[in-house]
Design a protein around this ligand. Structure first.
Ligand code: SF4
Ligand code: SF4
Length: 162
């Protein structure tokens, strides 16, 4: 299915997620890069040496969860929008998820928007916790959403009503 649609299977997604114990400790990246491609901005953007592509630029990036602070800088640098950050440390009920978002209009903090899965299907309404769009992100804003933690492995995007 992935070769035809670009949509990863649940097993592929789960293979990229840090353990729930790590997620509950604080923000950490989920690097959903599944194919060997000549690309490494994620590695060069991370000043904590948390992403390693290595000598062969075609290698699939590997995340060091102990080094990752969840700063989200790599999200705006990845041309494939393949990285998000999850944080389960703030609440037992909810999880915070940072996603790169390149559509307009941008949501605003406090908005309730439609949370979508990797196929673009509706999952649940989610709350926008923050919108970061500094010049250094080069037109790839980072949206933080807050959602029921039962959707942590499904949510990957949002839809904002114009
Ligand atoms: S979220 Fe920050 S610390 Fe983690 S891999 Fe990305 S740039 Fe590095
Ligand atoms: S920048 Fe994005 S697409 Fe490129 S290797 Fe890193 S995660 Fe994959």
């Amino acid at each position: 299915m992935f070769e035809k649609t670009g949509i990863p299977s649940k097993e592929m997604v789960m293979g990229k997620f840090p353990s729930i114990e790590r997620i509950n400790k604080g923000p950490v990246a989920v690097v959903e890069c599944y194919k060997e491609i000549p690309c490494n901005p994620c590695e060069t953007a991370c000043k904590f040496n948390a992403i390693n592509v290595g000598d062969d630029i075609n290698n699939i990036p590997v995340l060091n969860i102990d080094n990752c602070t969840g700063c989200a800088v790599c999200l705006s640098k990845c041309p494939g929008l393949a990285i998000m950050v999850v944080d389960g440390s703030k609440s037992k009920e909810n999880v915070k998820i940072k996603i790169p978002y390149e559509f307009l209009p941008l949501p605003e903090k406090g908005d309730i928007v439609r949370g979508l899965d990797r196929e673009g299907k509706y999952v649940a309404d989610v709350t926008v916790a923050s919108v970061l769009n500094p010049k250094s992100f080069d037109r790839t804003p980072i949206i933080t959403i807050e959602a029921d933690r039962k959707y942590i492995y499904e949510l990957r995007n949002i839809q904002v009503e114009a």
